[in-house]
Write a protein that binds this ligand. Sequence first.
Ligand SMILES: Nc1ncnc2c1ncn2[C@@H]1O[C@H](COP(=O)(O)OP(=O)(O)OP(=O)(O)O)[C@@H](O)[C@H]1O
Ligand SMILES: [Mg+2]
Length: 218
Amino acid sequence: MTVIKTKNLTKSFSNDLLKQDVLKQISIEINEGDFAGIVGPSGSGKTTLLYCLSSLEKITSGTIIFNNKDITKYTDKEIANLRKTELGFIFQFYNLIPNLTVYENVLLAKILANKQEDDIVDMLETVGMSEYKDYYPNQLSGGMQQRVAIARALINQPKIIFADEPTGNLDQKSGSEIMTLLKKLNQEKKVTIVLVTHNEEYLTYCSKVYRLLDGRVV
Ligand SMILES: Nc1ncnc2c1ncn2[C@@H]1O[C@H](COP(=O)(O)OP(=O)(O)OP(=O)(O)O)[C@@H](O)[C@H]1O
Ligand SMILES: [Mg+2]
């Protein structure tokens, strides 16, 4: 089943002086259970594509079908709701809240989605962080913080997870561990993942790969 699909998606940024076409006629399809990779040189539009797919950026033209609905027609409120409940995000710099504990960081995602506080410790267990539930982010290594961010992304059982260079700030070993965890979640829990990466080695983890060059899929 298709989770998200774009047809002729374009995105341009413009100011008074110039218009830059960053994404050009992108048509891609992510199916349930996919571990899709997006690769390409710096500036090719990877992050912009991820932001468009997840409605963090408005697109210029084309369509995005999520769960059989054209979300480009959604109101801001519908989009906000979609993001809280159906989409998960993992960023390069973790984006944990420094004055909340590991447990509370994950709990906050639940509260924002109006869900019950029941399975947080189980989720922390899944990512190997339950022992650290009362720690604060600055007491953890980068790899550990990213595990917490993964737990936070998964806690509301989103239909899809978007990860933008999740290993970009980690050393080789922690990076591979995070990739192994993502692969395990993909295979065992059937989590659908879209991963942006610079690291060609990690493409072996992916079930399909889109290569971006100057805003086009090649
Ligand atoms: N908010 C914005 N306003 C104007 N231009 C932007 C904006 N966001 C991105 N761009 C431009 O879009 C192009 C693609 O940027 P993007 O961040 O998507 O690339 P990327 O492939 O993720 O690169 P990197 O690998 O370095 O993260 C760049 O030329 C960038 O300057
Ligand atoms: Mg980027």
